[in-house]
Design a binder for this molecule. Structure first.
Ligand SMILES: [Cu+2]
Length: 156
């Protein structure tokens, strides 16, 4: 009888094979240009979730050493970036990743991101499924006074 307990997790996984990557549509992705001393950038996009509640739980890119999911929070009048464990994609909703809000953060760029170039990003969803996308590099103005959450002023 004890042996049956080992079979249960396998059974559960086979029942929950819904694929978040297939219910999510990515639109208008773009990355912020970064030159010379700028070793960070961010990727933005519009995400439409036509299925049940889902989330982005991780992102990867060959363009940088580290990729994190970030949002901005108002800290006593100063907008600061914060790392978050997931970007929630509510059922049937559209979620905007945009400057000053949610974004996929590229930390430790391995190359300059020149306007007109492209950045590959892979998003991992809460069910383990993945979507890869290519974001063109745009010039994006930084908002004055925007800070990293470790307190460094970002040049704009
Ligand atoms: Cu960030």
């Amino acid at each position: 009888m004890k042996r049956l307990w080992f079979l249960l997790p396998v059974f559960w996984v086979s029942l929950s094979s819904a694929d978040v990557a297939n219910q999510v549509e990515i639109d208008k992705p773009f990355a912020r240009s970064a030159m010379q001393h700028q070793r960070n950038s961010a990727v933005f996009m519009q995400i439409r979730n036509s299925g049940p509640d889902a989330a982005i739980i991780n992102a990867t890119s060959p363009a940088s050493d580290v990729v994190e999911l970030h949002t901005h929070v108002n800290d006593q009048g100063v907008m600061r970036m914060r790392r978050i464990p997931e970007i929630k994609l509510p059922a049937g909703a559209s979620v905007d990743l945009k400057p000053g809000g949610l974004h996929v953060m590229l930390i430790g760029l391995r190359r300059d991101l020149k306007i007109g170039e492209q950045v590959d990003v892979t998003l991992e969803f809460n069910d383990g499924s993945r979507t890869s996308l290519t974001a063109p590099v745009h010039k994006v103005m930084r908002k004055h006074g925007m800070k990293m959450d470790h307190g460094k002023m970002m040049k704009h």
